[in-house]
Design a protein around this ligand. Structure first.
Ligand code: UD1
Ligand code: MG
Length: 450
């Protein structure tokens, strides 16, 4: 068959039982910075020239967002990776010539590495990685070589001490000619320590059948398998490092990147500074020259250039801050539009609000936006000044340039340029305090005499 008629399908193994994760759901659906373990694998596969993606899923998860529009084949019983591939093959189109096999629990694999694998001309190509000495005890399958040529994979459970000492491990990613796979898979047995059909046994069966084999080197960091909570955290750390590196490449400053947590879809513009201990949830879009101060949490928001947020701010759920707007410590914004150079610098909750350009929101301002049944809007027009500790009982509108007096409870609309005072009028009683204190003093002297 000529090279240009080559058609590659990828079978993704995602039906395993995930015992080592100690979870009520599969390890492949655990989150890594905003995308599941399997989601990362599928996202990477989308960057390759594949004719088909077949996902081998468990009957416990027959439908899932991560499967997208791909072919899903259900493996009813988890009899091992070899059995999973056999199951997957039933969904592969008839004109496929090459099969890429990827475990759904290796989220860090890159498109670059997989592309390299696709270009190999051997009948059976696998990746090989060298364990760092400190991880020599990890229970990956070990690859046995004859010179350069990989000849066997021995599962850790089945390996003797000599083989266990080898640092060359099987990452669980292969490209195999479809006809080789179809011929050998039915011959697999489950006569091993786990009583499973090991996909890994295929390597030496392929060698015996005279197939050509090859192993391509890959960094251990790329093939870390997520089987345990510790590996989940380790994979997340690597994803964070990759995200940070990409943002730095775009001109973003992180003062202490190790304490920042990004989301896969976070967008940040040039010369923006991220201070320590900032967390990004889903859907954050930040322009150039923004400053996010420490201990802030952001999600679902658009921050235009020159915005300042934090320290200790919470921005969430459909927020837009126009250029030069500022929110300070202990300020929460939800479904709120802050106009240009609008400021809310301390202890404030603005929910379902439209804040005009140049407004100043005093410390302790609260929008009372919810009556227990429905949310209501607060509109504050341009250049209005909201006095400290104002409660805005929505729905309510404060007019352009208007002022609310400190401590007011604003329940009705305030006209443009008006002053609204919504609080009890103060009365001063001259000399009252002195009389009161004297009375208290005499009472305490009387008590002492008893
Ligand atoms: C497997 C390899 C091992 C390799 C390691 C790399 C085998 C026998 N062993 O071991 O050599 O070093 O991956 O990470 O292949 N799965 C199914 N159905 C099943 C069993 C597993 O879909 O019946 C899926 C799992 O969801 C997982 C993948 O296959 O995504 C690998 O299975 P797992 O149990 O994690 O194999 P390892 O023990 O890690
Ligand atoms: Mg695994």
């Amino acid at each position: 068959m000529s090279a240009h008629t080559k058609q590659t399908a990828c079978i993704v193994l995602a039906a395993g039982q995930s015992r080592r994760m100690r979870s009520s759901f599969s390890k492949v659906f655990h989150d890594l910075s905003g995308r599941t373990v399997l989601g990362h694998v599928v996202h990477t596969l989308h960057q390759l020239p594949l004719a088909q993606i077949v996902i081998v899923a468990s009957s416990k998860t027959p439908t899932h967002n991560e499967y997208g529009a791909h072919t899903v084949v259900i493996q009813n019983e988890q009899l091992g990776t070899g059995h999973a591939v056999m199951t997957g093959l039933s969904g592969v189109k008839s004109d496929i010539t090459d099969i890429l096999i990827v475990c759904g629990d290796v989220p860090l694999i890159t498109a670059h590495t997989l592309q390299h694998l696709l270009e190999s001309v051997a009948d059976f190509t696998l990746l090989k990685a060298k364990l760092p000495e400190s991880d020599a005890h990890l229970p990956y399958g070990r690859i046995v070589f004859d010179g350069d040529k990989p000849t066997h994979i021995v599962e850790y459970k089945d390996a003797d001490d000599t083989i266990r000492k080898s640092l060359w491990i099987n990452p669980g990613v292969y490209k195999i000619r479809a006809h080789v796979l179809q011929t050998l898979l039915p011959k697999l047995s489950c006569d091993n320590a786990a009583g499973e059909y090991y996909l890994t046994d295929l390597l030496h069966m392929a060698v015996e059948a005279g197939a050509t084999t090859k192993a391509l080197h890959v960094d251990f960091d790329e093939i870390l398998g997520v089987n345990t909570r510790a590996e989940l955290e380790q994979a997340n750390t690597i994803i964070q490092q990759r995200l940070i590196a990409a943002h730095r490449e775009n001109g973003v400053t992180f003062q202490q990147s190790g304490s920042v947590h990004l989301y896969v879809d976070t967008q940040i513009g040039q010369d923006t500074v991220i201070e320590p201990f900032v967390t990004f949830g889903k859907g954050v879009v930040i322009d150039a020259n923004v400053r996010i101060k420490s201990f802030s949490y952001l999600s679902d928001c658009i921050l235009k250039s020159g915005v300042t947020v934090g320290p200790f701010a919470h921005i969430r759920g459909g927020v837009t801050m126009e250029s030069g707007a500022e929110v300070g410590n202990f300020v929460e914004l939800k479904a709120t539009h802050m106009g240009k150079k609008a400021k809310a610098k301390h202890l404030t909750y603005l929910g379902d609000a439209i804040i005009g350009d140049g407004c100043n929101i005093g410390a302790g301002t609260i929008t009372a936006n919810y009556d227990g049944f429905q949310k209501y809007k607060t509109i504050i027009a341009d250049c209005a000044h909201i006095g400290a500790h104002t409660i805005l009982v929505a729905p309510v509108k404060v007019g352009e340039g208007a002022i609310t007096a400190a401590g007011s409870v604003i329940t009705t609309d305030v006209p443009d340029h008006a002053l609204a005072i919504g609080r009890v009028v103060q009365t001063n009683k001259p000399g009252w305090a002195a009389v009161y204190k004297e009375k208290k003093r005499l009472n305490s002297i009387k008590k002492d005499l008893i």
